[in-house]
Design a protein around this ligand. Structure first.
Ligand SMILES: CC(C)(COP(=O)(O)OP(=O)(O)OC[C@H]1O[C@@H](n2cnc3c(N)ncnc32)[C@H](O)[C@@H]1OP(=O)(O)O)[C@@H](O)C(=O)NCCC(=O)NCCS
Length: 246
C-alpha cells in the first residue's frame, strides 16, 4: 500500500483526534493530564476545540497527516514547529475553562509540562547563535542572517492498525526534509517506543527525562521520555518509496 503526506484540514480533526489518542494509549500520565478524558467522546470534543484554537493561533506549526493513496483514508498524524524568527516566550500551559477538573489538576499539569519542556527550553535558550554543521555554503550564508532556526516534532501517532508499515517514518521524513531545507536544529521529546524511529532519522538521545511535577505530587505516576536532538543538516533516509510534500 502506498501512502503520502498532506497538510491537515481543520475538518480532519474530528477523525484524527480519537485515532491519535487511541494510538497513544492511556499509559502516559503526561498525556492523560494534558489532554483530560482523551479516551471519551466528551474529552475528544474538547481536544478538537483546543487543537483548532492552536492550529489557528500558530501558523508556523505544520499539521500533517499520512493518507492511503488508494482510499484517501487518514492513517497517521504529526505536528512539527519551526522557530525561525523569534524565540517563543516560556509560558505555562493553559486551556479554556472546563479543560481540567479543578484548579489543582491544572496546576499539576503545568508542573508536569514545565518538567517535560525543561531540556527543550534550555536548548532554545542556548542555541541563539547559528551553529554550523554540515552546511553547504548557500545554507551557511542563509544561516548567518538568522538568529535561530529550530524545529520541534511535537506529536506523532500512527493509527493502531497501520503501525509498522513505514508510516511513522514517512511523517518523520517530511518534517526532517523541512528542517534540512532550513538548516534547523531539531529536537523532540520521544516515547521509548518511538526512539528507534527517531534514531533512524538521525536523532540521538541527549537526556533521559523523568517527568516530575515535584514533591507536592510525589504520589502521582512518573513518565519516562527521551529528549532527542538531531544536528542541523543531519542525515535523512531514502528508504521510503512514496512521498509527496505539499
Ligand atoms: C512510534 C510510532 C509513531 C511508529 O510509527 P510506525 O508507522 O509504526 O513506524 P514505522 O513503521 O515507520 O517504523 C519505523 C521504525 O521505527 C521503529 N519502530 C516502530 N514501531 C516500533 C515499536 N513498536 N517498537 C520498537 N521499534 C519500533 C523500527 O525501528 C521501525 O523500523 P522497522 O519496521 O524496519 O524495524 C507508532 O508506533 C505510534 O504511533 N505509537 C504510539 C504513539 C507514540 O509513541 N508516538 C511517538 C510519540 S513521540
Amino acid at each position: 500500500m502506498a501512502y503520502r503526506v498532506e497538510l491537515v484540514e481543520s475538518s480532519d480533526l474530528d477523525y484524527i483526534v480519537p485515532r491519535t489518542f487511541e494510538a497513544m494509549g492511556n499509559d502516559y500520565e503526561f498525556m492523560n493530564v494534558m489532554w483530560p478524558r482523551h479516551n471519551t467522546p466528551d474529552g475528544q470534543r474538547k481536544i478538537v476545540s483546543r487543537f483548532l484554537a492552536g492550529k489557528n493561533a500558530a501558523p508556523y506549526t505544520k499539521w500533517i497527516k499520512a493518507v492511503a493513496v488508494d482510499s484517501g483514508e487518514i492513517v497517521g498524524f504529526a505536528m512539527c514547529t519551526v522557530i525561525d524568527k523569534k524565540k517563543p516566550p516560556e509560558v505555562d500551559v493553559d486551556g479554556p475553562p472546563g479543560t481540567w477538573a479543578d484548579e489543582e489538576e491544572k496546576k499539576y499539569c503545568q508542573a508536569l509540562y514545565k518538567s517535560l519542556l525543561a531540556p527543550r527550553r534550555k536548548a532554545i535558550r542556548e542555541n541563539d547563535l547559528p551553529i554550523m554543521c554540515k552546511c553547504d555554503s548557500e545554507a551557511k550564508s542563509r544561516r548567518a542572517s538568522q538568529m535561530l532556526t529550530y524545529a520541534v516534532i511535537n506529536m506523532m501517532g500512527v493509527f493502531v492498525e497501520h503501525q509498522r508499515k513505514g508510516i511513522g517514518k514517512l511523517l518523520l521524513d517530511w518534517g526532517l526534509r523541512l528542517a534540512d531545507e532550513l538548516q534547523a536544529l531539531c529536537t523532540l521529546e520521544g516515547t521509548l517506543i518511538g526512539q528507534n524511529l527517531y534514531r533512524k532519522g538521525g536523532f540521538a538521545v541527549e537526556q533521559d527525562i523523568i517527568i516530575d511535577a515535584g514533591e507536592e505530587y510525589a504520589d502521582r505516576p512518573k513518565d519516562h521520555v527521551l529528549f532527542m536532538v538531531r544536528p542541523r543538516g543531519g542525515p535523512i533516509s531514502t528508504e521510503i518509496q512514496t512521498s509527496s510534500i505539499p
